[in-house]
Ligand binder design. Sequence first.
Ligand code: FES
Length: 328
Amino acid sequence: MSSDLDSPRATTERLLVRQARWVARDVVELRLTRAAGGALPAWEPGAHVELTLPSGLRRAYSLCGEVTDVGAWTVAVHRAPEGRGGSREIHETALVGRELEVRGPVNRFPLVSAEGYLLLAGGIGVTPLLPMARELTARDLPWRLVLGARDRSRLVYAEELVALGGDRVRLLPQDEAGLPDLAAELATVPPAHAVYACGPQPMLDAVTALCRTAGSARALHLERFTAADDTVSDQLGSSDGEFEVVLSRSGLRLTVPADRSVLDVVREKLPDVPYSCEEGYCGSCETTVMAGLPDHRDSVIEPSERPTATTMMICVSRCDSPVLELDL
Ligand code: FES
C-alpha cells in the first residue's frame, strides 16, 4: 500500500488564509484560497489536507466546505489544549493574510455506495461528515446524522446541519441529553446501509464493538478525530517496552524507548522520512516491514488486514518482537 500523499492527485502549494471565523466554542474555521484566485484541485467528501504551520508543524484536517466551492478549501480546527501544539498554534496565531503550505487533497474516508447512511459524529469529528451529508442530500439518498458534544456551544456546524437535514439531524449536547445511545442508533440501521463514524477513540471503539456484535462491521467506516485531543504518549500507552529498529537500507540499528514513537526515533537519523498526522490515520508514514512483528495501532490498516499486512504506520504502531526491520 503506498501513501496517498505520494499519489499524483495530491499537490503541494502555498495557499492564502483568506478568512477565519468561529463556528463553535473553541473551533475556528479557516478558508484557504490561491492568492491570485482560481480553482483548486477537486476533492470528494471525506478528504483531508495537510497544513504546514508557521512553526513547521504539519497537521492534517478534513475538508468541510462545499465541494462546489472550487476556489477555496475550508477546514475547521478544534483547540486541543492538551494536544501537541498544532491546534493551539492555529488558534493563537494571526493567520489571516498569511500563506501556508498545503498538501492534498487525500481521501482515506470516501463515501461507499450504499442504500442509506448513518453518520455518527463526536464534536469536531463532524467535519468530514458535513460534506457527506451535503453530497447525500444532493444525490437524494437517505441519511441521518447524530452529533454529540459536551454542551450546545460545542455542537460544530449544528445550524448548517439542521438547515440541510431538518429532523434527519439529531443534536445531543451531553449536559442536556446524556451520551448518545449508540446501540439504539445502530439497531435501526438496515443491513444495506453504511455507517460512518468520526470522533474520539472511545466513541469509535464503542461503535466498532456494537457493529461487530451485530455482525455488520463490513458496513462500518471510521475516522478518528482529525485534530486529536490525545497526546502521543496517550496513544503509546505506559506499558510499552523498548525495542530495536533496524533500518535495512540505511544500515542503522536504533533503540525505540517505551515513551517514544518509531517515527520520532527514525526522524533523528532520517529527517526527510514522510509523516503528517502522527496519529495513525493519514497513511503518510506507511513503511514496509522487512522482519519482525508489528503491533498495529493505526486506523489506516483494517483490523482484518493486520495479520498479513506488510507495512505499518511508524508514527503510532509498535513492535511485538524484540527487533523490527524496516525498509528505510
Ligand atoms: S503520520 Fe499519519 S499515519 Fe503516521
